[in-house]
Design a protein around this ligand. Structure first.
Ligand code: ADP
Ligand code: ADP
Length: 235
């Protein structure tokens, strides 16, 4: 089945002087459950807009986006919060809180979800072990390398036990070797937890390394989609 379905999705933004900018148009696309799916395209193609609609940070202006069986574009209040717990997200610039240690950054989504402290502690320990940061749990973000910061971001994104992980250019700020180790970690998580990963990137190599499925986006439209192997080896 599909973890995420886009059905005729469009998004336009109002322009300050009147009129509108079409960021996305006619997006129909499925992210298979358990896949690692990459969306590749140049800057301005509409990738971030697409990703932000999956966790309800933006609403589509046309069509329907279904996440884990729920219509995210029309969800509000408690229903939207529930969808957001099922969707974790990691970022190019990590978005860690500098005043919190590694373990307190990882705990944050659980605190927000109202999970009791006694349950948070052991889960934080497990998540930190999963991303290999046991020795650094008490450090602050400023004391970590880029790759270590992204590991914290990944642990935090997994905190509410989501079904889907969204990655917004998560390796774009990292050197090639660190990129490979972070991609390997994401592939392990996909395999071990059965988590669906939807990632956006402008780097072909990232999609080739990790994604089973790919969609190519240009000027707000999907111009190609399919198995990564087929899309990249087509004549
Ligand atoms: P990136 O493409 O790396 O996400 P951008 O600089 O394009 O970074 O966008 C940064 C932020 O600015 C995003 O939240 C995006 O929604 C917003 N943004 C991008 N383009 C516009 C625009 N034309 N008008 C208003 N906000 C924009
Ligand atoms: P990408 O992530 O591929 O760089 P974006 O989704 O950021 O693309 O942007 C797609 C288009 O939508 C661009 O023309 C951008 O300027 C525009 N855009 C993005 N966010 C906003 C916004 N908040 N307000 C107005 N225009 C935006």
């Amino acid at each position: 089945g599909a973890a995420i379905t886009f059905d005729g999705v469009g998004k336009s933004y109002p322009k300050t002087g009147g009129g509108s900018v079409t960021a996305l148009e006619g997006i129909s696309f499925e992210v298979p459950a358990g896949s690692i799916t990459g969306i590749i395209g140049r800057s301005g193609a509409g990738k971030s807009t697409l990703l932000r609609m999956v966790n309800g940070l933006e609403q589509p202006t046309a069509g329907t986006i279904t996440v884990a069986g729920r219509d995210v574009g029309r969800a509000r209040g408690a229903a939207l919060r529930e969808i957001r717990r099922e969707v974790g997200m990691i970022f190019q610039h990590f978005n860690l809180l500098s005043s919190r240690t590694v373990e307190d950054n990882v705990a944050l989504p659980m605190e927000i979800a109202g999970i009791p402290a006694a349950k948070i502690r052991p889960r934080v320990r497990d998540l930190i072990a999963r991303v290999g940061l046991e020795q650094l749990a008490g450090r602050y973000p400023a004391e970590l390398s880029g790759g270590q910061k992204q590991r914290v971001g990944i642990a935090r994104a997994l905190a509410t036990d989501p079904k889907v992980l969204l990655s917004d250019e998560a390796t774009s700020a990292l050197d090639p070797e660190t990129t490979r180790t972070v991609l390997r970690l994401l592939a392990d998580i996909n395999r071990d937890l059965g988590l669906t990963i939807l990632l956006i990137t402008h780097e072909m190599a990232v999609v080739r390394d990790i994604a089973s499925h790919v969609a190519v986006i240009e000027g707000g439209r999907i111009v190609e989609q399919g198995l990564t192997y087929d899309v990249f080896t087509a004549p």
